[in-house]
Design a protein around this ligand. Structure first.
Ligand code: BGC
Ligand code: BGC
Length: 839
């Protein structure tokens, strides 16, 4: 790897220059001289504790290699049993997003504690592994304790950035810590301190800002709220261990690609992306999560320079580095189950949430024995793990079920915590437009509420809400929470006004004002990556709704729910007032505290939120505060109050400058893309895939990880009757422009088990309208991924009407075929390789 050298002059360099009288000598260029200036030693205020270090050394010297490696393995609750914990004594374990005790989404606090208690007791049971070191449980409580039903869901970080209120977010973190402690969990994988430079990134909403200033300060505040202040109740029994993530440069990948490559200079890596670590480590954060991304082509999980030399060396971090979800497996030469490279680079805990934990454990043991990993590296990793456990009092604390907050279910979603969340919602709203001072509204008015987001707590909460992607939830999955509509209805009803709600904006009585709540559907991580920031590209149903009111002369207030700023010039033009609400979480009703005056007409709460992200003026606008020629639609720091005059005109340019070229139509890549869903059919029975496993009659489908999380589907046909798996939409798609360009249906497929009978690849265009080919002969041997392309023209020849495609892809058979599929798309040009002939 070539490290980019920073261009700043360090004090040492200047001294050397003065001594040598020239700038070109080798001496001036020494690595230390240059880098010393960049990466500061971080002081935490945590006192050196010689007695504790002696205890750690003593414990370490009594441990076997197997026990040490077990400390470095972090499996996931869906892949281990309590008996595995008893047998191996893992140092830690996690529940991923949407993973619950007993696989039960509605698990109670008692169920969570029960699992925590059993795992803990199994870890200190030395009958099988000879070890009595308490394990610890880590969870993604990233906007409240978001995997738990009934928890307070705070606004996602992007909204917190807009509040610019570190004291408030410290309170949020403290409340989150308490709700986590109720369930017996020790450790939280937050805060995310990504400084987001390209809003097309699917994790934009997990970041506080595009600017390091807020991120640095917030990181310290969140860590303090989670762990307690170093000089006060640090890691006391009402606090949890925190993780500053993802180290390093996750917010600065090229093209905003999730898990992509950051090519910033080392100076920018520090000045922009590392500021959250300066803040968070300074506040005493005990763990750091390595990032999926690369820096200049090198995966961070394998970067000794960044993990060891920089983080642990120069910055003096003495806690441990945990990996991200099989992130080690992405290092060239590694697999999820075999990766000495990560330990050698400085990874201390492998997050290995699949069944790969077992081979990984065995391989690591072998690798230490045969010298591929030095014993001293293992001892260093385990020392760090034990240090964090001792600092957190895990050896002295009572078991999870006995801790002060355990089982205090009244703390989860308590009134106090919801009050903090409501304050955060109010302060996070950013008023972008307020023509003729339409806002605040009188609660005595006749109000019509419309739009998909109005009565939708799942949509307003975004990803990482009960489920990983935040999809598949009903309002009833958020007991104690309120929708935006709930708040509006309450305000208006109390004041004697009138409120009507219709999703599509139909009305009998003409309203005084329409409030339309619309925006992005929930997503997490790479599933949220976009090519450009145009809202509802090619499908502007919300714009049509806004215009309907506009055309009728009814004033329109837009409440825009989104995980990032988006190009909404047309929607802004069609609105009289426009509010960026971000992803407010479970307390949707707080929005009406700001929108409406008191009954006497006085302002209740004014707008306080200011953009912590620049708002784009075109779909590919990717500007950040401080850029040369900075000209976004609305700058960083923008946000109207009621005293301010509106600034946005009604005739913003609506012409998109994104390329109008025909792009490939991606049907499935990581996730099934809208408007399709994956449908299983066996005989007459049909089922839509709604979780990671689904089966009906003779077919079952399971989600699994090919390259990244959940990017592939394994399909098993049992052969007992004719069955199919297909992508379906309620409305037909017109694929004619693709066939005009000689496009193809493209599929990545792997045979898991072949059969001596046809496997059909097909398309459907309504009742009795379909075409299919037997692809059995073209499939390669078992266990090899291959790409298969079929000309769209072949389907036309078979009688498929490409203007009316309801199902663009389907596999069907009556035989026991087992195949896996990854990417599925309709290409915008002919791909000659691997093309299946349809003659
Ligand atoms: C899992 C989630 C997990 C996520 C991490 C998914 O495959 O189902 O539980 O949080 O990966 O990225
Ligand atoms: C995410 C992390 C998260 C982990 C565990 C990963 O995919 O990148 O932020 O902590 O999953 O769910």
């Amino acid at each position: 790897m070539t490290l980019k050298k920073p261009f700043t002059l360090s004090a040492l360099m200047i001294a050397t220059i003065a001594m040598n009288g020239c700038t070109g000598s080798d001496q001036v260029q020494t690595k230390d001289a240059v880098e010393q200036d960049i990466w500061p030693m971080i002081t935490t205020g945590i006192q050196d504790d010689a007695a504790m270090e002696a205890k750690i050394a003593e414990l370490l010297s009594s441990m076997t290699l197997e026990q040490k490696i077990a400390q470095m393995i972090q499996p996931e609750i869906r892949d281990i049993t309590v008996e595995d914990m008893r047998k191996y004594g893992f140092g830690s374990y996690l529940n991923g997003g949407g993973a619950f005790p007993n696989n039960n989404k509605h698990a109670s606090a008692a169920d969570w504690i029960d699992l925590a208690e059993k795992m803990y007791q199994a870890s200190i049971d030395d009958s099988l592994d000879g070890s009595r070191i308490p394990t610890m449980w880590g969870t993604d409580a990233v906007h409240g304790h978001n995997n738990v039903i009934g928890a307070t869901l705070f606004p996602h970080n992007i909204g917190l950035g807009a509040t610019n209120n570190p004291a408030l977010i410290e309170k949020i973190a403290a409340a989150t810590a308490q709700e986590v402690m109720v369930t017996g969990i020790d450790w939280v994988f937050a805060p995310t301190v990504a400084v987001v430079r390209d809003d097309r990134w699917g994790r934009t909403y997990e970041g506080y800002s595009e600017d390091p200033e807020i991120v640095k300060e917030y990181s310290a505040a969140i860590v303090k709220g989670l762990q307690g202040a170093v000089d006060q109740d640090f890691l006391s029994d009402k606090r949890v261990i925190s993780t500053v993530k993802h180290f390093l440069g996750d917010g600065g990948t090229q093209g905003g690609d999730d898990q992509g490559n950051n090519i910033d200079s080392e100076a920018d890596l520090f000045n922009i992306h590392a500021q959250g670590y300066v803040g968070g480590l300074g506040a005493g954060a005990q763990t750091v999560m390595a990032s999926f991304n690369s820096w200049n082509g090198e995966k961070i999980h394998g970067s000794k320079y960044l993990l060891t030399d920089v983080l642990k060396g120069k910055m003096g971090f003495d806690g441990f580095v945990v990996g991200d979800w099989n992130g080690h497996g992405q290092i060239p030469g590694c697999t999820n189950g075999n990766c000495a490279q990560a330990a050698n680079a400085g990874l201390d805990v492998y997050m290995v949430p699949t069944d790969a934990w077992k081979p990984l454990y065995e391989n690591l043991i072998t690798q230490v024995k045969d010298g591929a990993i030095a014993q001293s590296r293992i001892d260093d990793a385990v020392t760090r793990i034990l240090r964090v456990k001792m600092r957190a009092g895990l050896f002295d604390k009572p078991s999870p079920a006995q801790r002060p907050l355990s089982g205090k279910t009244e703390v989860i979603g308590s009134k106090e915590h919801r009050a903090i969340a409501k304050q955060a919602v109010r302060e996070s709203l950013v008023l972008l437009k307020n023509k003729a001072q339409l806002l605040p509204l009188s609660p005595k008015a006749n109000v019509l509420v419309a739009g998909l987001g109005a009565d939708n707590i799942g949509m307003q909460s975004g990803g990482w809400s009960i489920t990983w992607q935040g999809t598949g939830n009903e309002n009833s999955d958020f007991p104690g929470g309120t929708s935006i509509l709930d708040g509006i209805a309450k305000k208006v009803n109390q004041a004697g006004g009138q409120v009507a709600y219709d999703l599509n904006g139909e009305f009998d009585t003409r309203p005084d004002v329409a409030i339309v709540v619309f925006g992005e559907q929930p997503y997490a991580e790479g599933n949220g990556d976009l090519d450009n920031l145009e809202y509802q590209r090619g499908n502007k149903t919300d714009l049509a709704l806004l215009r309907k009111f506009k055309d009728a002369g009814i004033p329109v207030v837009s409440l825009f729910i989104s995980g990032r700023p988006m190009w909404v010039n047309a929607e802004l033009n069609a609105s009289d007032a426009f509010v960026a609400t971000w992803l407010p979480g479970s307390e949707g009703d707080a929005i009406s505290d700001v929108l409406f005056t008191n009954i006497d007409g006085s302002v209740n709460h004014d707008f306080k939120g200011k953009l912590s992200f620049s708002w784009p003026n075109n779909p590919i606008d990717n500007e950040n505060r401080g850029d040369a020629d900075y000209a976004p639609l609305l700058p960083y720091g923008f946000g109207l109050t009621y005293a301010d005059k509106n600034t946005l005109a009604d005739d913003l340019a609506e012409q998109s400058n994104a390329t109008e070229q025909l792009e490939d139509l991606v049907l499935f890549e990581r996730a099934v893309k809208a408007p399709w869903s994956l449908v299983l059919q066996s005989g007459e029975q049909q089922k839509t895939m709604a979780s990671s496993r689904e089966s009906v009659g003779a077919v079952s489908v399971k989600t699994f990880d090919k390259d990244v999380q959940e990017d592939a589907r394994a399909i098993v046909f049992s052969g007992t009757e004719s069955a199919a798996v297909r992508l379906m939409a309620a409305f037909p798609s017109d694929l004619r422009s693709y066939v005009e360009k000689s496009g193809q249906l493209q599929m990545q497929i792997k045979v898991d088990q072949g059969a001596d009978a046809p496997l059909w690849l097909g398309m459907q265009c309504g009742e009795g309208c379909q075409g299919k080919f037997d692809i059995a002969a073209q499939l390669k041997n078992t266990n090899q991924w291959q790409t298969v392309n079929v000309d769209l023209a072949c389907f036309t020849q078979q009688g498929v009407n490409l203007s009316q495609v309801f199902s663009p892809w389907q596999l069907s058979t009556s035989a026991p075929w087992q195949v896996s599929v990854a990417k599925l798309s309709v290409t915008s040009e002919k791909v000659t390789e691997n093309t299946i002939s349809c003659q």
